[in-house]
Design a protein around this ligand. Structure first.
Ligand code: AP5
Length: 217
């Protein structure tokens, strides 16, 4: 299955992507994770992306599309994938459609995680991520048993640079301006499924997987 997860920053895309990708047995491809890995390795791509990420802005389409094209060409993505955080603009969505059409395939479903801005701010301001295994935690909604130590691998947790209040506000503006139009774009293709992403993580996962089953996933 070829699936896209869309939703505002902090909607829970990364959290749900892990469960959904495991359920579908497809790779999870997160453009945010790929950019962050490049930033921490200091690659030219990372240096360029960091300027935009720190300001809460989107990385230019051309850079992002080329990066995704390369990633989708890897063998593990040939039978299906879950894209988390891409596409995020109408030009990215059009480029993805064309890329898949050239490969003789297409997206099956675009799942929108629906939450309001107040919940997004609560989720992002308390998010912590493991430096070792990348697991996402929350100080209030999904705390570790020891402060700042990952329960899964024992590594230290960190707070993302772009989870500061001012950057979160910019990310929400970017979402409303550039990403929200994808709801209409994919709605017109008949591929959009909206999921209520409020309430406990496990309840959201059940809703997502139930929706996928009706598409054969
Ligand atoms: P990216 O990493 O994609 O960030 P994002 O879309 O802003 O999404 P987040 O990762 O912040 O949130 P999420 O929805 O994954 O939520 P999570 O599961 O962590 O992108 C970062 C930057 O990279 C962008 O700003 C941009 O600069 C650049 N970029 C990336 N892709 C790009 C693209 N295609 N084009 C251009 N630029 C791009 O959950 C959040 C918190 O809530 C966690 O603490 C979690 O534990 C908690 N939580 C999750 N679910 C629940 C629940 N049900 N109840 C309570 N708490 C919950």
């Amino acid at each position: 299955m070829r699936l896209v997860l869309v939703g505002p920053p902090g909607a829970g895309k990364g959290t749900q992507a892990e469960f959904i990708a495991a359920h579908l047995a497809v790779p999870k491809i997160s453009t945010g994770d790929i950019f962050r890995a490049n930033v921490s390795q200091g690659t030219p791509l990372g240096v360029e992306a960091k300027r935009y990420m720190d300001a809460g802005q989107l990385v230019p389409d051309e850079v992002t599309i080329n990066m995704v094209r390369d990633r989708l060409a890897e063998p593990d993505a040939s039978d299906g994938f879950l894209l988390d955080g891409f596409p995020r603009t109408v030009p990215q969505a059009s480029a993805l459609d064309k890329l898949l059409a050239d490969l003789g395939t297409a997206l099956d479903i675009v799942m929108e995680l629906v939450v309001d801005d107040d919940e997004v701010i609560r989720r992002l301001s308390g998010r912590r991520t493991c430096r070792g295994c990348g697991k996402i935690w929350h100080v209030e909604f999904d705390p570790t048993s020891k402060d700042n130590i990952c329960d899964r691998c024992g590594s230290e947790l960190f707070q993302r640079d772009d989870d500061k209040a001012e950057t979160i506000a910019n990310r929400l503006v970017e979402y409303a301006d550039k990403t929200a139009p994808l709801v209409d774009f994919y709605g017109a293709q008949g591929k959009l499924v909206g999921i209520d992403a409020t309430g406990p993580v496990e309840d959201v996962t059940v809703r997502a997987i139930d929706a996928l089953r009706s598409y054969g996933g």
